[in-house]
Design a protein around this ligand. Structure first.
Ligand code: GLA
Length: 392
């Protein structure tokens, strides 16, 4: 809670005078995905945790129909525009995520007031920890509260997802907003993106710690090869669906059907499908391992996922590989992989809590030796979803 209070203070400090009574403060977490990499938009199972770091937003309604965004993470002039000037893919700036949330709320709920929004995030930005979903979700959650609307959480998840795909223009799946909204303390989510079914599996803090390491290489999601991967999967699915009409999504592709029809796919499509088919099997192994208390089995699935992301999905970087290797070299580390889309950003590792001190020293040292870069180990416990904070 300590970091949360300082996050609220920092957000508050963005406004020099005090807030009017109508101001409300909200928080939404970031997330780390442990298994089910790039399965969300393919209809598979994802296994993320919400993090105890995220985004704080203070919302102040205004009566002139204008929007003004101020961020502690992007110092400089506030971004200002009229509510009716919101347009999908208007311009790719940090406020796009807030704009998208407001635009979708306006479309779905009707009347939205002008707003001053102050945001501060204690998550590394654009590093695979869902800083973007965190800001979209905090805005939607806060707006619903401000408007006094009872909005079912599934609707908030869908709106945040549409805000990213329709307004910002990244063709991502539902993983990020779902992980932000449905997080539970000390639990891992098991979410089936095809059926929408969610389960929360225990990750007891006395048995497992989650470490996140920043490679220091920033990734550009919208401008990157992310949308290309989505396309490659969609085109593979279209080819396979002609042969297997009952196929509901790429994640339902059975190994034997893939082998029977792989000749119809390009070499790149075959690699993407190989990742999807093998990652689905890893989510099954990992959840069986976790249910049986076998963290070693769970961790091995994560490590194998990283190899597949590197070799078949081609979204790793030398820095991410070096971080994973550094983590695996430490006793007590069960497994590690890149988290988020890849192309830079962070890795995540699961370890025994007794190993935290050694891990926090060893990993940065090994990473510096391998790459000349610095990193630090951030230890997390799985956290809960969005909340309103008191401004008193
Ligand atoms: C990004 C996207 C998610 C998901 C992950 C990969 O974080 O926003 O929807 O596809 O990459 O698992």
């Amino acid at each position: 809670m300590g970091s949360h209070l300082s996050l609220l203070d920092a957000t508050r400090a963005l406004r020099e005078t005090s807030f009017p009574d109508s101001a409300r403060a909200f928080f939404a977490p970031g997330r780390a995905n442990l298994l089910g990499a790039h399965l969300d938009y393919n209809g598979g199972v994802v296994m993320p945790v919400a993090l105890s770091k995220g985004t704080c937003a203070i919302l102040v309604p205004r009566s002139d129909g204008r929007l003004r965004f101020v961020s502690a993470n992007f110092p400089g002039e506030p971004i200002e525009l009229a509510l009716d000037a919101l347009r999908p893919q208007r311009e790719e700036v940090w406020s796009s995520y807030l704009e998208g949330a407001i635009y979708l709320a306006q479309q779905e709920w009707g009347e939205v007031p002008g707003l001053d929004i102050y945001v501060d995030a204690d998550l590394p930005m654009a590093r695979g920890l869902s800083s973007s979903a965190s800001v979209q979700c905090v805005a939607l959650f806060g707006l619903a509260r401000l408007l006094g609307r009872e909005v079912p959480v599934q609707e908030l998840i869908q709106l945040a997802h549409r805000s990213e795909t329709e307004y910002v223009g990244v063709q991502c799946g539902v993983l990020d907003p779902m992980a932000v909204f449905l997080g539970q303390p000390d639990r891992l989510m098991h979410y089936d993106c095809f059926t929408g079914e969610v389960e929360h599996l225990p990750l007891p803090a006395d048995q497992v710690a989650i470490a996140v390491m920043d490679s220091g290489v920033k990734r550009e999601l919208a401008g990157s090869a992310f949308n290309e991967r989505v396309q490659e999967c969609a085109s593979s699915f279209a080819v396979l669906k002609q042969q297997i009409p009952e196929l509901g999504c790429l994640a339902h592709l059975r190994r034997e059907d893939f082998e029977a029809h792989r000749g119809l796919l390009s070499a790149v499509q075959q690699r993407r499908c190989e990742h999807v088919v093998s990652e689905v099997a890893r989510t099954e192994q990992a959840s069986a391992g976790l249910r049986a208390g076998r963290l070693d089995v769970f961790g091995a699935a994560m490590t194998a996922a990283h190899a597949s992301l590197r070799r078949d999905y081609e979204v790793s970087t030398p820095e991410l590989d070096a971080l994973v290797e550094a983590a695996l070299a430490v006793d007590g580390c069960y497994g590690s992989r890149l988290t988020g889309a890849g192309f830079g950003g962070c890795t995540v590792a699961v370890l025994h809590p007794d190993a935290i001190a050694g891990f926090s020293e060893e990993v940065p040292r090994r990473y510096r030796e391998a790459t000349g870069r610095d990193t630090e180990v951030m230890i997390f416990r799985p956290a809960g979803g969005p909340a309103e904070w008191s401004l008193d």
